[in-house]
Ligand binder design. Structure first.
Ligand code: A2P
Length: 273
């Protein structure tokens, strides 16, 4: 962790802010531009997009409209693994984003197997297109297949992670292999905001369910990328560094896990079904 407790130092020495804005399912255009601009105005310094989302152009526009210097923002994009060449696709991402590099470039899912795209990811890093490289939706088994083939190892595995998907064995496997697990859908795409347990914990602290769900990851040093297109919710989701969950809160939240502490990244692989 960094001294201010707001970022995590990755295995390659780069720093990832624990709080980021996710823009999955936000259409290219004004909605994405505004969400990114508001987040940056409200103090976020980390934006997570993907080639598959189709909104990289708007992310770049939001960044420019915010006036926040590019070098102050951690930008992630993801290689769309139905395409062939991670290097060429990274270059296209940079053009759409209007930046010279991304901070993190990850394989979006292990489509076609966990190893084939990695040499291209390493080349994209060597070319200066990405500061750090990693993966997403990789299980512990897929990491074990990839790691021995890597010259530059992945530093992040971005997976669906929340109290309801507390993939303890995958978290441990990431830790043992020098990867930071990063949590997408930390609110369960909104579903977990109605949880009685989360509401009970939130009430104890005078906080909101979203803040409790996000704080649960942050306290473990796990970066989170909640998505919202509403300014007030984007603001709410950033108020995470002025309270602490108790041991009892954490125990109650941990008990929500429905994955059996799995080392898998997903219950269903949508790309191979
Ligand atoms: P919206 O974008 O309309 O604000 P996840 O990050 O797990 O994918 O969850 C995103 C979903 O949760 C979106 O539907 C988003 O709605 C909603 N959401 C995000 N933050 C909040 C919040 N603080 N309160 C209520 N709903 C939220």
């Amino acid at each position: 962790m960094t001294a201010d407790g707001r970022a995590r130092v990755l295995a390659d020495g780069n720093e990832i802010p624990l709080l980021g804005l996710g823009v999955w399912q936000v259409p290219n255009g004004r909605e994405s531009v505004d969400a990114v601009r508001w987040a940056l105005e409200l103090g976020y310094r980390h934006i997570d997009t993907a080639q598959a989302y189709g909104n990289e152009e708007s992310v770049g526009r939001g960044l420019r409209e915010s006036g926040v210097p590019r070098e102050d923002v951690f930008i992630t994009t993801k290689f769309f693994p139905t395409r062939k060449d991670p290097v060429a696709e990274a270059e296209r991402s940079l053009q759409r984003l209007g930046v010279d590099y991304v901070d993190l470039y990850v394989i979006h899912w292990p489509g076609g197997g966990p190893t084939w795209a990695w040499p291209g990811m390493e080349r994209a890093r060597d070319a200066g297109f990405a500061r750090s490289i990693g993966v997403s939706n990789f299980s512990a088994d897929e990491l074990r297949l990839l790691l021995p083939t890597a010259t530059v190892p992945p530093v992040v595995d971005q997976v669906q992670f929340s109290p309801y998907e507390y993939r303890k064995a995958l978290l441990d496997a990431c830790g043992e292999n020098g990867l930071a697990l990063e949590a997408y859908s930390p609110l369960g795409t909104g579903r977990y905001l109605a949880s009685d347990t989360v509401a009970r914990v939130a009430e104890r602290h005078g906080r909101t369910p979203a803040q409790v769900l996000l704080r649960w990851s942050i306290e473990r040093g796990i970066p989170v990328i909640p998505k919202s297109t509403h300014r007030e919710r984007i603001a709410e989701n950033a108020q995470l560094f002025d309270f602490r969950l108790s041991e009892q809160d954490v125990a109650e939240l941990d008990a929500l896990d429905r994955t059996g502490g799995t080392d898998r990244a997903l219950e269903r692989k949508w790309w191979s079904s």
